[in-house]
Design a binder for this molecule. Structure first.
Ligand code: NAP
Length: 282
Protein backbone atom coordinates (compact mmCIF):
# COMPACT_ATOMS: atom_id res chain seq x y z
CA UNK A 1 0.00 0.00 0.00
CA UNK A 2 1.39 3.42 -0.92
CA UNK A 3 1.67 5.88 1.97
CA UNK A 4 -0.97 8.59 1.93
CA UNK A 5 -0.13 11.93 0.31
CA UNK A 6 -0.25 14.46 3.08
CA UNK A 7 -0.32 18.22 3.44
CA UNK A 8 2.34 19.76 5.70
CA UNK A 9 0.04 20.68 8.61
CA UNK A 10 -2.59 18.55 10.32
CA UNK A 11 -4.82 20.12 12.96
CA UNK A 12 -4.84 18.12 16.18
CA UNK A 13 -8.37 17.81 17.58
CA UNK A 14 -7.59 16.15 20.91
CA UNK A 15 -8.99 19.16 22.81
CA UNK A 16 -11.90 19.80 20.44
CA UNK A 17 -15.26 19.97 22.21
CA UNK A 18 -17.40 22.64 20.51
CA UNK A 19 -19.25 22.70 17.21
CA UNK A 20 -17.92 26.21 16.55
CA UNK A 21 -14.30 25.01 16.66
CA UNK A 22 -15.16 21.87 14.67
CA UNK A 23 -16.66 24.04 11.91
CA UNK A 24 -13.60 26.28 11.87
CA UNK A 25 -11.28 23.24 11.67
CA UNK A 26 -13.27 21.68 8.84
CA UNK A 27 -13.27 24.91 6.83
CA UNK A 28 -9.65 25.88 7.54
CA UNK A 29 -7.12 25.81 4.72
CA UNK A 30 -4.97 23.20 6.47
CA UNK A 31 -7.13 20.43 5.03
CA UNK A 32 -6.39 17.65 7.53
CA UNK A 33 -7.67 16.94 11.03
CA UNK A 34 -6.34 14.35 13.48
CA UNK A 35 -8.85 12.95 15.99
CA UNK A 36 -9.36 9.69 17.87
CA UNK A 37 -12.20 7.62 19.23
CA UNK A 38 -11.33 8.64 22.81
CA UNK A 39 -10.48 12.34 22.34
CA UNK A 40 -12.64 14.30 24.79
CA UNK A 41 -14.41 10.99 25.52
CA UNK A 42 -15.77 10.90 21.96
CA UNK A 43 -16.87 14.52 21.87
CA UNK A 44 -14.12 15.48 19.39
CA UNK A 45 -15.42 13.07 16.75
CA UNK A 46 -19.05 13.89 17.60
CA UNK A 47 -18.47 17.64 17.13
CA UNK A 48 -16.73 17.00 13.80
CA UNK A 49 -19.61 14.78 12.71
CA UNK A 50 -22.22 17.47 13.53
CA UNK A 51 -20.22 20.18 11.75
CA UNK A 52 -19.22 18.13 8.70
CA UNK A 53 -20.65 18.82 5.25
CA UNK A 54 -19.97 16.94 2.04
CA UNK A 55 -18.24 19.95 0.52
CA UNK A 56 -15.69 20.43 3.34
CA UNK A 57 -12.15 20.66 2.08
CA UNK A 58 -10.69 18.90 5.14
CA UNK A 59 -10.12 15.18 5.48
CA UNK A 60 -10.35 13.54 8.89
CA UNK A 61 -7.90 10.95 10.25
CA UNK A 62 -8.89 8.96 13.31
CA UNK A 63 -7.68 6.18 15.56
CA UNK A 64 -8.86 2.99 17.18
CA UNK A 65 -8.84 3.06 20.98
CA UNK A 66 -8.98 0.37 23.63
CA UNK A 67 -12.34 -0.30 25.27
CA UNK A 68 -12.60 2.54 27.82
CA UNK A 69 -14.03 0.26 30.52
CA UNK A 70 -12.22 -3.07 30.14
CA UNK A 71 -9.07 -1.98 28.32
CA UNK A 72 -9.67 -4.72 25.73
CA UNK A 73 -7.79 -3.96 22.51
CA UNK A 74 -8.20 -7.03 20.32
CA UNK A 75 -9.42 -7.24 16.75
CA UNK A 76 -13.09 -7.14 17.73
CA UNK A 77 -12.48 -3.97 19.73
CA UNK A 78 -10.73 -2.33 16.76
CA UNK A 79 -13.73 -3.09 14.54
CA UNK A 80 -16.17 -1.73 17.17
CA UNK A 81 -14.00 1.37 17.64
CA UNK A 82 -14.04 1.90 13.86
CA UNK A 83 -17.85 1.58 13.75
CA UNK A 84 -18.20 4.12 16.58
CA UNK A 85 -15.89 6.52 14.77
CA UNK A 86 -17.49 6.37 11.33
CA UNK A 87 -20.95 6.63 12.90
CA UNK A 88 -20.01 9.74 14.89
CA UNK A 89 -18.24 11.32 11.92
CA UNK A 90 -20.97 10.35 9.44
CA UNK A 91 -18.48 8.96 6.93
CA UNK A 92 -18.19 5.58 5.27
CA UNK A 93 -14.42 5.35 5.17
CA UNK A 94 -11.26 7.01 6.44
CA UNK A 95 -8.08 8.02 4.59
CA UNK A 96 -5.81 7.19 7.56
CA UNK A 97 -6.70 5.05 10.56
CA UNK A 98 -4.21 4.52 13.39
CA UNK A 99 -3.90 2.06 16.21
CA UNK A 100 -3.79 4.48 19.17
CA UNK A 101 -1.69 3.96 22.30
CA UNK A 102 -1.84 0.14 22.40
CA UNK A 103 -0.64 -0.08 25.99
CA UNK A 104 -3.08 -2.71 27.30
CA UNK A 105 -1.91 -5.45 24.93
CA UNK A 106 1.48 -6.83 24.00
CA UNK A 107 2.72 -6.65 20.42
CA UNK A 108 2.54 -10.44 20.32
CA UNK A 109 -1.19 -10.22 21.17
CA UNK A 110 -1.79 -7.37 18.72
CA UNK A 111 -0.04 -9.27 15.90
CA UNK A 112 -1.48 -12.67 16.79
CA UNK A 113 -4.71 -14.37 15.71
CA UNK A 114 -7.75 -12.21 16.44
CA UNK A 115 -5.47 -9.30 17.27
CA UNK A 116 -5.70 -5.58 16.59
CA UNK A 117 -3.29 -5.52 13.64
CA UNK A 118 -5.21 -8.16 11.69
CA UNK A 119 -8.41 -6.13 12.11
CA UNK A 120 -6.71 -2.99 10.79
CA UNK A 121 -5.36 -4.90 7.80
CA UNK A 122 -8.85 -6.30 7.13
CA UNK A 123 -10.32 -2.76 7.18
CA UNK A 124 -7.71 -1.73 4.63
CA UNK A 125 -8.33 -4.79 2.46
CA UNK A 126 -12.06 -4.03 2.48
CA UNK A 127 -11.33 -0.47 1.30
CA UNK A 128 -12.80 1.04 4.48
CA UNK A 129 -9.50 2.75 5.27
CA UNK A 130 -6.84 3.77 2.78
CA UNK A 131 -3.85 3.55 5.10
CA UNK A 132 -3.18 2.19 8.57
CA UNK A 133 -0.88 3.74 11.12
CA UNK A 134 0.58 3.26 14.57
CA UNK A 135 0.29 6.27 16.91
CA UNK A 136 1.91 6.23 20.33
CA UNK A 137 4.60 7.69 22.56
CA UNK A 138 7.38 5.20 23.36
CA UNK A 139 9.85 5.01 20.49
CA UNK A 140 10.71 1.34 21.04
CA UNK A 141 7.01 0.46 20.83
CA UNK A 142 6.63 2.38 17.56
CA UNK A 143 9.72 0.70 16.10
CA UNK A 144 8.46 -2.76 17.05
CA UNK A 145 5.04 -2.12 15.46
CA UNK A 146 6.66 -0.76 12.29
CA UNK A 147 8.86 -3.86 12.14
CA UNK A 148 5.73 -5.98 11.59
CA UNK A 149 5.61 -4.47 8.09
CA UNK A 150 1.85 -3.94 8.36
CA UNK A 151 1.76 -0.15 8.65
CA UNK A 152 1.64 2.65 6.08
CA UNK A 153 2.00 5.50 8.57
CA UNK A 154 3.42 6.36 11.98
CA UNK A 155 2.53 9.16 14.41
CA UNK A 156 5.16 10.13 16.97
CA UNK A 157 4.63 12.93 19.48
CA UNK A 158 6.70 15.28 21.64
CA UNK A 159 9.92 13.55 20.57
CA UNK A 160 10.91 15.58 17.53
CA UNK A 161 10.73 19.18 18.68
CA UNK A 162 12.99 22.14 19.37
CA UNK A 163 13.81 20.57 22.72
CA UNK A 164 13.73 16.79 22.08
CA UNK A 165 15.22 15.09 19.00
CA UNK A 166 14.75 11.52 20.26
CA UNK A 167 12.50 10.46 17.38
CA UNK A 168 14.94 11.52 14.64
CA UNK A 169 16.22 7.96 13.92
CA UNK A 170 12.68 6.52 13.89
CA UNK A 171 11.51 9.24 11.51
CA UNK A 172 14.45 8.70 9.14
CA UNK A 173 13.99 4.92 9.16
CA UNK A 174 10.25 5.24 8.52
CA UNK A 175 10.85 7.53 5.57
CA UNK A 176 13.41 5.09 4.12
CA UNK A 177 10.78 2.36 4.26
CA UNK A 178 8.17 4.52 2.54
CA UNK A 179 6.08 4.94 5.70
CA UNK A 180 4.30 8.29 6.08
CA UNK A 181 5.43 10.27 9.15
CA UNK A 182 3.15 12.41 11.30
CA UNK A 183 5.15 14.47 13.80
CA UNK A 184 2.71 15.54 16.52
CA UNK A 185 2.95 18.01 19.40
CA UNK A 186 5.57 20.46 18.09
CA UNK A 187 4.84 22.66 21.16
CA UNK A 188 5.53 19.76 23.51
CA UNK A 189 1.89 19.86 24.56
CA UNK A 190 1.75 23.66 24.85
CA UNK A 191 4.93 24.79 26.66
CA UNK A 192 6.57 26.13 23.48
CA UNK A 193 3.39 28.00 22.53
CA UNK A 194 3.14 29.72 25.90
CA UNK A 195 0.02 27.88 27.02
CA UNK A 196 -0.61 28.72 30.71
CA UNK A 197 -1.99 25.19 31.14
CA UNK A 198 1.36 23.77 30.07
CA UNK A 199 3.59 26.17 32.03
CA UNK A 200 6.45 24.20 33.59
CA UNK A 201 5.34 21.04 31.80
CA UNK A 202 6.65 19.21 28.75
CA UNK A 203 4.89 16.28 27.08
CA UNK A 204 2.10 16.38 29.69
CA UNK A 205 4.48 16.00 32.65
CA UNK A 206 6.39 18.37 34.93
CA UNK A 207 9.55 19.43 33.08
CA UNK A 208 13.07 19.22 34.50
CA UNK A 209 14.57 22.59 35.56
CA UNK A 210 17.37 22.14 32.98
CA UNK A 211 14.80 21.81 30.21
CA UNK A 212 12.95 24.92 31.35
CA UNK A 213 16.27 26.81 31.49
CA UNK A 214 17.01 25.69 27.91
CA UNK A 215 13.56 26.93 26.81
CA UNK A 216 14.37 30.32 28.37
CA UNK A 217 17.60 30.47 26.37
CA UNK A 218 15.72 29.50 23.21
CA UNK A 219 13.12 32.17 23.89
CA UNK A 220 15.83 34.80 24.29
CA UNK A 221 17.42 33.71 21.00
CA UNK A 222 14.02 33.84 19.28
CA UNK A 223 13.56 37.42 20.47
CA UNK A 224 16.98 38.39 19.06
CA UNK A 225 15.96 36.99 15.66
CA UNK A 226 12.37 38.32 15.84
CA UNK A 227 10.97 34.80 15.42
CA UNK A 228 8.27 33.99 18.01
CA UNK A 229 9.09 30.79 19.92
CA UNK A 230 5.90 29.01 18.73
CA UNK A 231 6.76 29.91 15.12
CA UNK A 232 10.24 28.46 15.62
CA UNK A 233 8.66 25.33 17.12
CA UNK A 234 6.33 24.81 14.16
CA UNK A 235 9.02 25.55 11.58
CA UNK A 236 11.45 23.15 13.27
CA UNK A 237 9.08 20.34 12.27
CA UNK A 238 7.86 21.80 8.97
CA UNK A 239 11.41 22.05 7.61
CA UNK A 240 12.36 18.47 8.56
CA UNK A 241 12.66 16.65 5.22
CA UNK A 242 11.47 13.29 6.58
CA UNK A 243 8.33 14.62 8.29
CA UNK A 244 5.28 14.39 6.04
CA UNK A 245 2.85 16.27 8.27
CA UNK A 246 3.15 18.20 11.53
CA UNK A 247 0.20 17.71 13.88
CA UNK A 248 -0.51 20.87 15.90
CA UNK A 249 -3.02 20.81 18.76
CA UNK A 250 -5.64 23.54 18.59
CA UNK A 251 -8.11 24.30 21.37
CA UNK A 252 -9.75 27.54 20.13
CA UNK A 253 -10.63 29.34 16.92
CA UNK A 254 -8.14 32.08 17.90
CA UNK A 255 -5.36 29.45 18.00
CA UNK A 256 -6.42 28.20 14.58
CA UNK A 257 -6.06 31.73 13.16
CA UNK A 258 -2.76 32.15 15.01
CA UNK A 259 -1.46 28.87 13.54
CA UNK A 260 -1.71 30.28 10.03
CA UNK A 261 0.34 33.29 11.13
CA UNK A 262 2.96 31.00 12.72
CA UNK A 263 3.23 28.92 9.54
CA UNK A 264 3.50 32.09 7.42
CA UNK A 265 6.02 33.75 9.75
CA UNK A 266 9.35 34.27 7.98
CA UNK A 267 12.35 32.49 9.48
CA UNK A 268 15.64 34.18 8.52
CA UNK A 269 18.49 32.15 7.05
CA UNK A 270 20.85 31.23 9.83
CA UNK A 271 18.19 31.06 12.54
CA UNK A 272 18.30 27.28 12.97
CA UNK A 273 22.11 27.33 12.84
CA UNK A 274 21.95 29.77 15.76
CA UNK A 275 19.58 27.39 17.57
CA UNK A 276 22.10 24.58 17.01
CA UNK A 277 24.81 26.75 18.58
CA UNK A 278 22.85 26.70 21.83
CA UNK A 279 23.95 23.06 22.08
CA UNK A 280 21.93 19.88 22.38
CA UNK A 281 18.74 20.19 24.44
CA UNK A 282 19.12 18.57 27.88
N1 NAP B 1 -0.70 9.09 20.91
C1 NAP B 1 -1.14 9.92 19.97
O1 NAP B 1 -1.66 9.51 18.96
C2 NAP B 1 -1.00 11.41 20.15
C3 NAP B 1 -0.36 11.93 21.27
C4 NAP B 1 -0.21 13.31 21.36
C5 NAP B 1 -0.74 14.14 20.39
N2 NAP B 1 -1.40 13.60 19.32
C6 NAP B 1 -2.00 14.46 18.29
O2 NAP B 1 -1.18 15.57 18.08
C7 NAP B 1 -1.89 16.77 18.38
C8 NAP B 1 -0.94 17.78 18.97
O3 NAP B 1 -0.53 17.39 20.27
P1 NAP B 1 -0.81 18.30 21.53
O4 NAP B 1 -2.02 19.13 21.27
O5 NAP B 1 -0.81 17.43 22.71
O6 NAP B 1 0.49 19.20 21.63
P2 NAP B 1 1.03 20.51 20.88
O7 NAP B 1 0.56 20.55 19.48
O8 NAP B 1 2.47 20.52 21.14
O9 NAP B 1 0.39 21.69 21.75
C9 NAP B 1 -0.94 22.08 21.55
C10 NAP B 1 -1.32 23.08 22.62
O10 NAP B 1 -0.56 24.26 22.45
C11 NAP B 1 -1.35 25.39 22.81
N3 NAP B 1 -1.44 26.28 21.64
C12 NAP B 1 -1.67 25.97 20.34
N4 NAP B 1 -1.67 27.07 19.59
C13 NAP B 1 -1.43 28.10 20.42
C14 NAP B 1 -1.32 29.49 20.24
N5 NAP B 1 -1.42 30.05 19.03
N6 NAP B 1 -1.09 30.27 21.33
C15 NAP B 1 -0.97 29.72 22.57
N7 NAP B 1 -1.07 28.41 22.80
C16 NAP B 1 -1.31 27.60 21.74
C17 NAP B 1 -2.72 24.87 23.18
O11 NAP B 1 -2.73 24.73 24.59
P3 NAP B 1 -4.08 25.06 25.44
O12 NAP B 1 -5.05 24.02 25.02
O13 NAP B 1 -3.63 24.95 26.85
O14 NAP B 1 -4.49 26.45 25.04
C18 NAP B 1 -2.77 23.52 22.51
O15 NAP B 1 -3.63 22.61 23.16
C19 NAP B 1 -3.04 16.35 19.30
O16 NAP B 1 -4.13 17.24 19.23
C20 NAP B 1 -3.37 15.00 18.70
O17 NAP B 1 -4.17 15.19 17.55
C21 NAP B 1 -1.52 12.26 19.18
Amino acid sequence: MAPPRLGPVTIGASRLETDELAEAMLRSPFGQIDTSNNYAQGRSEAALGRARRGSDPAVIFSKADADPVTGAFDGDRVLRSFEETVTRLGVARLPVYHLHDPYTVTLREAAGPGGAIGALVALREQGLVDAIGIAAGPLDLLEAYLDTGAFDAVLTHNRYTLVDRGAAPLIAAARQRGIAVFNAAPFGGGLLAGSPRAAGRYAYRPAAPELLAYVDRLDALCREWAVPLPAAAVHFSLRAPDVDSTVVGISSTAQLTALQALVDHPVPDGFFAAVAELGDPP
